[in-house]
Design a protein around this ligand. Sequence first.
Ligand code: GTP
Ligand code: MG
Length: 172
Amino acid sequence: MAKAYDHLFKLLLIGDSGVGKTCLVIRFAEDNFSSTYISTIGIDFKIRTVDIDGKKIKLQVWDTAGQERFKTITTAYYRGAVGIVLVYDITDEKSFENIQNWMKSIKENASAGVERLLLGNKCDMEGRRKVGVGVPQLAKEHGIRFFETSAKSSENVEEAFRTLARDILHKS
Ligand code: GTP
Ligand code: MG
């Protein structure tokens, strides 16, 4: 029997509680959205296989709890990831300031050379925007790709995950 996929990539989403990590994973894996907030306990994953440049890439997308009390559990999963998605909420300044701490956490816990991606989520809430200016510059300084996304409207969600998978594919 032919193999169902050419590559398996483990991706991990991190970022403050409430920024929309779970909603991004659900939008990407199941094309669904709910505005009911159920804070993640520990860690969970969803799978989706995508075609990229003629290759079947199975993406195992790990969704972590943003709450501080789960940090010991969630950081244990960094090591196995080939791609890490850092998420903040464009309406929540603190979630953006904390990206520095999440970057530090990657340095301390992830494998060297892990591919990173920065997402400013909830871009459908333009009227409540608090974060915008200076973000592309920060991303550039860290040599990391950046998208604004909305799990609610789906804007850029597909593109963000595909871009990350493609970058990993061409590195491997
Ligand atoms: P933890 O599991 O606690 O770490 O939070 P999380 O980052 O997984 O957040 P979650 O995906 O549960 O979303 C938190 C809240 O924000 C929910 O009420 C979602 O409906 C809402 N939300 C998530 N993404 C978006 C978005 O793109 N736009 C809008 N308007 N709301 C969103
Ligand atoms: Mg969650």
